[in-house]
Design a protein around this ligand. Structure first.
Ligand SMILES: [Zn+2]
Length: 466
C-alpha cells in the first residue's frame, strides 16, 4: 500500500507539473480579491441559529456573486427552512449523462458573544496576515474560496463535461435538517467534495506547510440511555436491589471496557504517513499499529492519548447521569447517557448490544436515543479522487505530503455517505494547530491560504469534471 501510494504521488506530481505550467501557475488576482471580499461580507452577516439568523442573507450574497460570475440565475435555488435556508447552484456540464460533482459547505456559524471576544466577531478584520471573525475558519473563507474558484473557471471559459453543483447547508452546526434535505436531493452525485473537511497543517514554529490530509471517513455518533427502575420505598427499609447502585455497577463495567482496536485502509495510510510528524514513542506505536492492529504495546500507547484513542476503534463514555427523587427515599429510577463514536462499519445496534454485554448487570434497560445523525461507512479510496487531490496539492503546495484521515466529529458528509455517495473532506486551508479557534474565541485563518487554495480548486475541479 505505502509504496503504491508513493508511486502514485510521484506520478501525480510529474503530471501536475506539466499541467501547472499550462494553466494553473498563472496568478488569478481577481479571484483572490473576490474570495477575500466574499469572506469579509459573509462574516459580517450573523448566520447564527435562532432569532435574527442571517443565513438567508449569506445565501443571497453567494447567489449574487455566482450570477455576476456567469451562473444562470435559474440554476441557483435558495430554499428557506425554519429560520435558515440552503442554497444549491448548478453548472450544467456538456454531457448530461454523467453524474454531477458536488461541492458541499455550510453557511451557518456557532454563536459568538461580543463581550467574550477581543474584536467584534461579526466584523471581519485582516491583521498581520490573519482574517478574524466568527466563521473565518469554519467555514466562510473556505466557502468564499470555492465560489471565487468556480467564477475563475468561468472567467477562463472552462466548460465542464460533468455538471458541477455547489451547495451550502444552513444548519450544519445545529440540527442538520437542511444538510439531510440536500443529500436527499443530490443523492445521485458521482462524488462530493466537502469543502469544510480535511486541510493542511502548518509548522508551529516556522509556519511552513507540513502535510495535507483529505478526510475519507468519520465516526458515527450515537447516544445510548441506560435506565434502571425500581418500585422504591422508604430509605429506612433498604432492599438488596437499588436503581442507583445497579446503574453504577453497569457504568463502572462500561468505563473499564475497551472495544477491539481496528484499522481500515484510510487509517492505515494515515498512521503510516502521520507517524513522521510525531515524537519517537508515539511514531513507533503508530507504525506498529498500522502493521498489526493487535499489537498490545502500540494499543496501550495510542489508547493513553485522548487525541489518538478515537482513531483506533469505537469509544464510548458516560456523559450524563441522573437518579433518585428524594434524599430519604429508595430511588425509583436512575439513568445515564453513554456517548459513542463508532468506528465506520458497525451498526449502532451492534455497539449497543456489545455495551449491554460489557455492562453485565441485569435490570439495566438500554435504549438508542441518538438524534440528528445517521450511521456512515468510510468512503472508498477512489483512485480518480486520490490522483486529482494529490496532483492539485502538488501544484498549490509543491512537495507537501498528501494522505487520508478519519475524523472523530461528524460533518455534512455523513448524510451523503449514508446514501452511498463517496464524500471527501478536501478543504485547501492550512493552519497551525494553535490557530484552530473554530467554534471558540477570536476565530481566525491565515489569508495566505487564498491564492494557493484557488490554484488547487482550479485543478481539482477540472480533473473531476472533465
Ligand atoms: Zn464547519
Amino acid at each position: 500500500m505505502s509504496s503504491c501510494a508513493k508511486l502514485l504521488t510521484l506520478a501525480a506530481a510529474l503530471s501536475a507539473a506539466t499541467l501547472s505550467a499550462a494553466q494553473t501557475k498563472a496568478s488569478h488576482p481577481e479571484a483572490d480579491a473576490q474570495a477575500l471580499d466574499i469572506a469579509r461580507k459573509s462574516i459580517s452577516l450573523r448566520s447564527v441559529a435562532g432569532a435574527g439568523n442571517q443565513t438567508p442573507q449569506v445565501a443571497e450574497l453567494y447567489k449574487r456573486a455566482l450570477v455576476e460570475g456567469g451562473f444562470a440565475a435559474q440554476n441557483i435555488s435558495i430554499t428557506p427552512v425554519d429560520d435558515t435556508a440552503y442554497l444549491i447552484a448548478r453548472w450544467p456540464g456538456s454531457d448530461a449523462s454523467l453524474k454531477p460533482l458536488v461541492l458541499s459547505g455550510h453557511m451557518d456559524v456557532v454563536e459568538a458573544k461580543r463581550a467574550d471576544w477581543q474584536r467584534d466577531p461579526f466584523t471581519a478584520v485582516v491583521e498581520q496576515g490573519y482574517l478574524y471573525g466568527r466563521g473565518a475558519s469554519d467555514m466562510k473563507l473556505d466557502g468564499a474560496v470555492a465560489i471565487a474558484s468556480l467564477i475563475e473557471l468561468k472567467r477562463q471559459h472552462y466548460t465542464p463535461r460533468r455538471s458541477i453543483i455547489i451547495e451550502f447547508s444552513g444548519d450544519e452546526e445545529t440540527s442538520m435538517k437542511t444538510s439531510a434535505i440536500i443529500a436527499g436531493t443530490l443523492s445521485g452525485a458521482d462524488l462530493v467534495l466537502n469543502i469544510d473537511g480535511g486541510g493542511g497543517a502548518l509548522d508551529e514554529r516556522t509556519g511552513a506547510p507540513l502535510y495535507f490530509t483529505w478526510q475519507g471517513a468519520e465516526k458515527t455518533y450515537a447516544d445510548f440511555e441506560l435506565a434502571v427502575t425500581n418500585p422504591g420505598g422508604h430509605s429506612s427499609q433498604p432492599k438488596k436491589d437499588n436503581a442507583i447502585t445497579q446503574l453504577a455497577a453497569a457504568l463502572v463495567h462500561i468505563g473499564n471496557y475497551q472495544f477491539k482496536p481496528e484499522l481500515n485502509e484510510l487509517t492505515r495510510a494515515y498512521f503510516e504517513a502521520a507517524a513522521k510528524y510525531e515524537e519517537p514513542g508515539l511514531a513507533a506505536a503508530m507504525r506498529a499499529f498500522a502493521a498489526n492492529p493487535a499489537d498490545r504495546t502500540a494499543i496501550a500507547t495510542l489508547s493513553a492519548k485522548p487525541d489518538q484513542v478515537g482513531k483506533i476503534g469505537t469509544t464510548c463514555v458516560v456523559t450524563m447521569i441522573t437518579g433518585g427523587h428524594a434524599v430519604n427515599a429508595l430511588p425509583q429510577r436512575a439513568s445515564a447517557n453513554v456517548n459513542c463514536r463508532i468506528f465506520p462499519g458497525h451498526p449502532p445496534a451492534a455497539i449497543m448490544a456489545e455495551l449491554q454485554r460489557a455492562a453485565a448487570t441485569p435490570g439495566v434497560v438500554f435504549k438508542d436515543v441518538t438524534e440528528g445523525t445517521v450511521p456512515t461507512e468510510a468512503s472508498p479510496m477512489r483512485k480518480d479522487f486520490v490522483a486529482a487531490v494529490t496532483e492539485a496539492m502538488a501544484v498549490a503546495y509543491p512537495g507537501v505530503p498528501v494522505f487520508p484521515s478519519m475524523s472523530s466529529g461528524a460533518s455534512d458528509s455523513m448524510w451523503f455517505r449514508s446514501k452511498q455517495v463517496p464524500s471527501y473532506g478536501a478543504s485547501p486551508t492550512f493552519m497551525k494547530p494553535s490557530d484552530d479557534f473554530s467554534h471558540g474565541l477570536n476565530e481566525r485563518v491565515p489569508v495566505a491560504n487564498i491564492a494557493p487554495g484557488i490554484s488547487y480548486y482550479l485543478l481539482l475541479l477540472r480533473a473531476l469534471s472533465k
